[in-house]
Design a protein around this ligand. Sequence first.
Ligand code: SAM
Length: 277
Amino acid sequence: MLDLWFTEKQTKNVNFTCRIARTLHTETSKFQNIAVLETEEFGKMLVLDGTVQTTVEDEFIYHEMITHIPLYTHPNPKMVLVIGGGDGGTIREILKHPSVELVVLVEIDERVVEVSKMFLPEISSALNDKRVRVNINDGIEYVKNLESNNYDVIIVDSTDPVGPAEGLFTLDFYKHVFKSLTDDGILIAQTESPFFNRSLIKRVYKNISTIFPIAKLFLANIPTYPSGLWSFTIGSKKYDPVSTNLQDKYDIDCKYYTKELHRSCFVLPKFVQELLK
Ligand code: SAM
């Protein structure tokens, strides 16, 4: 039997390697190479341009944290925009919130959506929900052309800041997001590893805090992402995610997120605090 391994080059000096049972799918779309691998340890894995996006075994951590922190912070999230996120995991979590009436997914690569629907139904099934509109478009252009005051929550569930995702980490983009949010709206973005992407985190946090009255960063542990430690940055017009009263809120079914964790994930190690000064 063949001994097959997948390797992601995470930095110039660090690789992540795991054993795979087989390749389920591979293709090159207009934007990127898309692969779905069956791994021994993490179940099925979605890989874009050689970079792990999500796996069936650990996706709940990322998708719960990028969703439930902002949606529990907002008292009545009805309209939600997701930029990127074509695998559908974030959409699945958003739809657990009973107040949500409409979710718009703006994904640049139609093939990510199609491949996820075909090979990763555990993650993508909510994409077929009637509250969801899938819009195949560049998220940067989409927010630029939006009228003001549209969304209660905007979630940037993007790839790393290269290629088409690069502009999703810029001051200009966050200004358009601010305009597109309602008066008490909340932005959340995945902002990479505090270990390997320090200058990016510094820059993004500074940009978000110059635009939004409240800026906060929190961490989660994601085994298949570079360094295992991942950051998310919030920009909020009115509600502080740390002081939200969660006691009277409804419960939802989660594997990682808890109301205690909602507060504790904002308690940062010293070296991460230093990045935000
Ligand atoms: N959880 C993931 C991570 O951190 O690696 C992200 C998952 S999701 C698959 C990322 C998606 O962002 C990709 O499908 C990619 O096509 C999409 N994307 C990248 N740049 C984009 C842009 N400018 N507008 C809309 N979608 C974009």
